[in-house]
Ligand binder design. Structure first.
Ligand code: MN
Ligand code: MN
Length: 468
């Protein structure tokens, strides 16, 4: 290389913004740390396929580190660790910092619900001597992806007497599994002429659960009766109990390494466990921070954050009010000075479908955690759009702690769009920045992330919680 090119190279290094592939720029030690960290993440994925399981698993992890249920009437001092379990479906963890609570808190907010098939309130029916669960899909799915794959049933049923039974069928290799059948290609000519949105219709997502009739029964719907009999013996439930249940159909397969180089993880529900797990491990490892640290695992993000376990509810505000009151302060004085990382996934550039992305503003696998200034759709509709100052704060924290980061928009302008919990938390007067892990095949039964990016998300949350 001649002298002139060297000068250009030096100037380019000084002036140009290029993100870097962690596989090229990280040391072998750091990459080994990424791989080690992700072993724990895979265990979390397998243990926590639903929001309820994620809350139970995170509480168990936190209690092991000394977290106790939050008591708004008890005193708190720096280093104290508390949690608030919101109806078993969302969770707040907090570690009290050394600064006054009125300096604000550091929040990492991820969600633990994922797209799936929910059972209808009256789900069980028989047709042509086959028994089915009728479903209503939850969140944004490509319906055709949910046919002809093994499915498991997870959830809870509240019986007539008020007692609650937990159901998990399909995860143990000895368990039976379930399936939504699809039409054979030989007879699929008419079906294949439909648009992809209608190839499989929402009302046709019926889960096959049985085919053998109840013995000694001459009446109709003997297969359905047999299923009810099995459920009654196992769980003590009757058909009316489905009304007071939350039963979710999810893919059976567990998290697996992807690629001959094992650089990626394929699993159901990376969105948004891939941010939830790093946000939990960060608060477990943040020691006694300067600013009080808060991790939120929210429910209902995939359906608009509504309901009293979603972020568009008052449970965070009430918690901060109660926390502030412990120190004789007002909640809104805390919120107004707080910083939140809205921890959610972003779309990774998929070279098979590059037409929906602009490369210069698309997140890439292995280029680190993705900072996103705004989400939304069309003309920045439905987004909080972080301020330059908040973006500057986050960027500086990540740079200081050698966190590999990049930026990305959710696709081209007008290509589509999406939202996160950022707008609900910013509504509380909190400076909020979206930050999370790039995902391939987002919302598919099997999503893919890079191990380097998962670990960088953990490092990003930890660095932000430990800010001075
Ligand atoms: Mn998400
Ligand atoms: Mn999502």
């Amino acid at each position: 290389m001649d002298k002139k090119n060297n000068a250009a190279e030096a100037l380019r290094e000084q002036l140009c913004f290029t993100t870097k592939n962690g596989g090229k720029v990280l040391s072998a030690d750091v990459i080994a740390a990424c791989d080690r960290y992700c072993e724990g993440y895979k265990e979390f994925l397998d243990a926590a396929k639903t929001e309820r399981e994620a809350v139970i698993t995170a509480i168990a992890m936190a209690e092991k580190q000394g977290f106790v249920p939050f008591d708004p009437h008890a005193e708190l001092k720096p280093g104290d660790k508390v949690y608030l379990n919101n109806r078993g479906k969302s969770l707040i963890l907090a570690v009290i910092g050394t600064r006054p609570i009125t300096d604000g808190v550091t929040i990492a907010a991820a969600h633990v619900d994922s797209p799936r098939l929910d059972l209808k309130p009256n789900p069980l029916y028989e047709d042509s001597e086959l028994a089915y669960f009728d479903t209503h899909y939850y969140g944004g799915i490509k319906k055709y992806q949910w046919t002809a794959i093994p499915l498991a049933l997870h959830g809870v049923i509240v019986r007539k007497d008020g007692t609650c039974v937990t159901v998990t069928i399909g995860e143990d290799p000895q368990d039976p599994v379930f399936c939504v059948t699809d039409l054979l290609p030989h007879l699929g000519a008419e079906q294949m002429k439909r648009t992809a949105a209608e190839v499989v219709k929402g009302e046709d997502l019926n889960v096959l659960i049985g085919s053998r009739p109840f013995l000694d029964d001459e009446g109709s719907e003997a297969v359905k009766l047999n299923i009810l009999s099995i459920l009654n013996k196992k769980y003590g439930i009757t058909e009316a109990d489905f009304l007071s249940a939350e039963l979710e159909i999810v893919p059976v397969f567990g998290a697996r390494d992807v690629g001959l180089d094992r650089s990626m993880i394929g699993a159901y529900g990376h969105d948004d466990r891939v941010c939830a797990y790093p946000a939990v491990t960060a608060i477990l490892l943040c020691g006694t921070p300067a600013y009080t640290a808060v991790t939120i695992l929210a429910d209902k993000e995939e359906v608009g954050s509504n309901g009293n376990t979603g972020m568009n509810s008052a449970f965070l505000r009430y918690f901060i009010d109660d926390l502030a009151a412990v120190f004789g302060a007002k909640g809104h004085h805390v919120l107004s000075r707080s910083l939140c990382l809205s921890a959610d996934v972003n779309a990774a550039l998929d070279p098979i479908y590059p037409e929906v992305m602009v490369r210069s503003n698309a997140a890439k696998l292995n280029h680190g955690v993705c900072i996103t200034k705004y989400t939304g759709s069309r003309g920045k509709s439905d987004t909080s759009d972080a301020s330059a100052e908040a973006m500057g704060t986050v960027r500086r924290i990540l740079d200081e702690k050698d966190v590999l980061w990049q930026t990305g928009e959710l696709g081209k302008v007008e290509a589509g769009g999406g939202g996160t919990v950022a707008k609900y938390i910013s509504m509380l007067d909190v400076d909020t920045v979206d930050l999370g892990v790039p995902v391939l095949s987002m919302h598919a039964p099997m999503e893919i992330v890079s191990k380097i990016d998962v670990y960088m998300a953990h490092k990003a949350f930890l660095a932000t919680m430990k800010r001075d």
